[in-house]
Design a protein around this ligand. Sequence first.
Ligand SMILES: C=C1C[C@]23C[C@@]1(O)CC[C@H]2[C@@]12CC[C@H](O)[C@@](C)(C(=O)O1)[C@H]2[C@@H]3C(=O)O
Ligand SMILES: O=C(O)CCC(=O)C(=O)O
Ligand SMILES: [Fe+2]
Length: 415
Amino acid sequence: MCKHNILTSNKNLSLSPQIPILPFSLSLINTLPLSLPLSTLLLFFLCFFKGERRKRETFIHSFLFLLLFLFFSQNFPAIQQLSFDSLMRSSTSMAAASSSSSAAFFSGIPLIDLSAPDAKQLIVKACEELGFFKVVNHGVPMEFISSLESESTKFFSLPLSEKQRAGPPSPFGYGNKQIGRNGDVGWVEYLLLNTHLESNSDGFLSIFGQDPQKLRSAVNDYILAVRNMAGEILELMAEGLMIQQRNVFSKLVMDEQSDSVFRVNHYPPCPDLQALKGTNMIGFGEHTDPQIISVLRSNNTSGFQISLADGNWISVPPDHSSFFINVGDSLQVMTNGRFKSVKHRVLTNSSKSRVSMIYFGGPPLSEKIAPLASLMQGEERSLYKEFTWFEYKRSAYNSRLADNRLVPFERIAAS
Ligand SMILES: C=C1C[C@]23C[C@@]1(O)CC[C@H]2[C@@]12CC[C@H](O)[C@@](C)(C(=O)O1)[C@H]2[C@@H]3C(=O)O
Ligand SMILES: O=C(O)CCC(=O)C(=O)O
Ligand SMILES: [Fe+2]
């Protein structure tokens, strides 16, 4: 399924023709569950007719070899990553996605009008209940949004060889299918950027289509506007929490030294999913974002889901002109667990390309992250050990996508 390398296409994103890429050897791996019993039967008959002891031994050895091969093809990430078909069989991807996914759109996403007088209270409520909300009247000019979207679409429409000149994403650049460096895979290609654009290599920026300057300035305009909006939202949060120092959160992402990241994701469609109703494919696996705040927007294609406290996944209706805000792990710590960092994922759409852009607002590397004393009530104790953002980031980037990255930083409750 979806063994077409849509990521290599240089045609229009939403209608790109599908080019098969699965090499013969990988097709063999994919047919192993069927070929195993067949080859066993064949070997058995061979040995039966010859009737010799050595042949019987050969049969047992070959059978063990086949079993071992099957085991590795199912469990060895290097083999799995080579084929999207095997990705589909992996227990952490498709199986998990199909079990508890809700088909209908969720209508209960908190909607915050940033210009409304009660915005701060509503933001706090949304962060406590879901760790997620949608923002309108955000003040980010529509032309910045459209310009970045069309420049990104142009980039992802380039031939794979050209896109790869901007990779690998170590730490910044173009990547596809592999997410991070610990074996996570998804049906996605992306650009990962440092928000201090000058820190991204020249080779990387010069790849941006015919006119690199156009994309560079589109990214720049967009990041500045979204960062200001994130700052404003973080100040409303502090006010809503009645914290005296209203820039206690915002100063971290507005700081010159802030360690913020920007990402543009492209999820090609997977038409095979139409035939397999009720089956999902993972574009970007479940995780929480490690930073303070993530500001996400996408084109009008569905696929983004959040997990509710009861473990159910709900689909977020797409809205290309609004922004969605995720509470990150660091904000959960600073509020001593009062705000929840939201677990989210992206499922592949069967017919439409999805393009999303996310600003991850992080603090300076040396910043100490710990629950704010002003938020602790009465005998309330800190749930987390103090750490610097550098320490948390190092630990996060050594984890797998779905891991709970806060566990090593939790304080063990005294009995
Ligand atoms: C598997 C991983 C990818 C990731 C680093 C990590 O080891 C765990 C966190 C992942 C994440 C999720 C949010 C952002 O997309 C991201 C850039 C980040 O800061 O943490 C990614 C990392 C990545 O893609 O490199
Ligand atoms: O592409 C999306 O909509 C979300 C991706 C995401 O969660 C991430 O990049 O951390
Ligand atoms: Fe995320």
